[in-house]
Each structure stands twice: as structure tokens, then as C-alpha cells.
Design a protein around this ligand. Structure first.
Ligand code: GRF
Length: 194
């Protein structure tokens, strides 16, 4: 069984989708910890309803990133976390966690990286006028939305409204994140193709 920690700052729809895939038996993993940098993020309530341990923090209560990441690291080690799954975590991961979990921290981003990094990726793609955008799942490194790409899922957005694109991207994320994680954990990363 793979033990995971999910890091999230907001709604937690990806967290919920992963939970559902675990509950149905599709994904053989256990979420042992949810980490959030936003004390009032809806994801926290969703985790508590499922009796999952939550560590939420306010970055301003710490002098450095390394200070709060040390705390997170201690928790992850105590809970024997194998993988950290980022699901809308709005903070860069620092040295402390990157060193403790090399190639074990995975992120999902709503664009075809390396295009449209950072916040508002869907809007950035729409504003640019691309015909195709999509979703990327990747190992993280020290740079924002960079690191080895594991899988990508394209979406043709011609003739789609903004709302339709947002909905379609989220639907892909909710299915494709678990599908990719399953391939990584069950078949090994090398076989993890779309
Ligand atoms: C998702 O679009 C994800 O790709 C991005 O942040 C968003 C999180 O949404 N990294 P949610 O909180 O899972 O609903």
C-alpha cells in the first residue's frame, strides 16, 4: 500500500476525486495526511469528514520556508509517507522537502507545460488564443511548474466557451490524475503513458 500526503490550498476537487478513486478500490493508496497553507481552505473540511489528519499552517507564523517545511517533513516521516501529491497547492516546495522526497513529489497543472505556467493557466491559454490546451502531470523541481513531465492530456478548445473549457479541464484532471498515479504506483513510472 502506498501512503500519500495531499497538499492543497483551495477547493480540493482533485483531492476529492482521488479520495473517490481510493474508496472505489481503483487506486490502491491511503491518504494519511492533508497539508494546507490556507487555514480556511474547503479541502480541510473535506479531509476532516474523511478522518484524515490535517496539518494547516500560516506561512507568516514561520521565519522561513525551511522552518515550516521541517515540520511537514517530520509529519510525513512519522506517517511513513511514500509520495506527496500536490493538488492545487499554491506554494513553491523548498529544499527541505525536495531533498527528503526526490522524484516523489507530483503535481498537476491545467495546461500543456511548458506553456502557461503559474496561476490562471486556463485563462492564460484562452487569452493567448491557443486551439489546444490540456493537463500536465509532472515531478516537481525547485522551479515553478517545471520538472520531469510524466504525462499530458490534450484538450481541443476551439468553439468552446470559457466555462466549458474550465469544466472540461477539471473533468480531465479528476480522471487523469488518479489514472496516472495508478500507473506510477502499480506499473512503475516508465510505463506511465496516456
Ligand atoms: C487544479 O486546476 C490543479 O490543476 C491546479 O490547481 C487546481 C486545484 O483545484 N494545480 P482543486 O482545489 O483541486 O479543485
Amino acid at each position: 500500500m502506498i501512503n500519500i500526503a495531499v497538499f492543497a490550498s483551495g477547493t480540493g476537487s482533485n483531492f476529492e476525486a482521488i479520495c473517490k478513486h481510493i474508496e472505489s478500490g481503483y487506486l490502491k493508496a491511503k491518504i494519511k495526511l492533508v497539508v494546507s497553507d490556507c487555514m480556511y481552505a474547503p479541502v480541510i473540511e473535506k479531509a476532516k469528514q474523511r478522518n484524515i489528519e490535517v496539518f494547516s499552517f500560516h506561512s507568516k507564523d514561520y521565519q522561513t520556508k525551511s522552518e515550516y517545511e521541517k515540520k511537514i517533513k517530520e509529519k510525513c516521516i512519522a506517517l511513513e509517507i511514500d509520495y506527496i501529491v500536490l493538488a492545487g497547492y499554491m506554494r513553491m516546495i523548498g529544499e527541505e522537502l525536495l531533498t527528503a522526497y526526490p522524484r516523489k513529489i507530483i503535481n498537476i497543472h491545467p495546461s500543456l507545460l511548458p506553456s502557461f505556467k503559474g496561476k490562471g493557466a486556463i485563462e492564460q491559454a484562452l487569452d493567448y488564443g491557443v486551439k489546444v490546451t490540456g493537463v500536465t502531470i509532472h515531478f516537481i523541481d525547485q522551479n515553478m511548474d517545471e520538472g520531469e513531465i510524466i504525462a499530458q492530456y490534450p484538450l481541443n478548445i476551439e468553439h468552446k466557451s470559457k466555462d466549458e473549457v474550465i469544466q472540461a479541464i477539471h473533468a480531465i484532471e479528476h480522471e487523469f490524475y488518479s489514472k496516472t498515479l495508478k500507473k506510477i504506483w502499480e506499473d512503475g513510472y516508465e510505463k506511465s503513458t496516456n
